[in-house]
Design a protein around this ligand. Structure first.
Ligand code: SF4
Length: 66
């Protein structure tokens, strides 16, 4: 949808927008930030992430608080 959230989420500036679509460069560390922050779950890493939960920092519960 061209929201650019993935582009902004990438710590390595590895995503650029072309015609409102994200294009991934060659500098990916597979941190999964772009995948996890997409509000539409529109980004997949092949079959690996299909149907899997996306993790956001707000979902993180430190071990000491469990
Ligand atoms: S997985 Fe991480 S490093 Fe790779 S493109 Fe997405 S946000 Fe950038």
């Amino acid at each position: 949808m061209g929201c650019r959230i993935c582009e902004k989420a990438c710590p390595l500036n590895n995503i650029s927008m072309v015609n409102k679509k994200p294009i991934w460069g060659e500098n990916c560390t597979h941190c999964m930030a772009c995948i996890s922050k997409c509000p539409k779950k529109a980004i997949e890493f092949g079959n690996t992430t299909q149907g899997k939960t996306r993790y956001l920092l707000k979902d993180y519960v430190p071990v000491k608080n469990l």
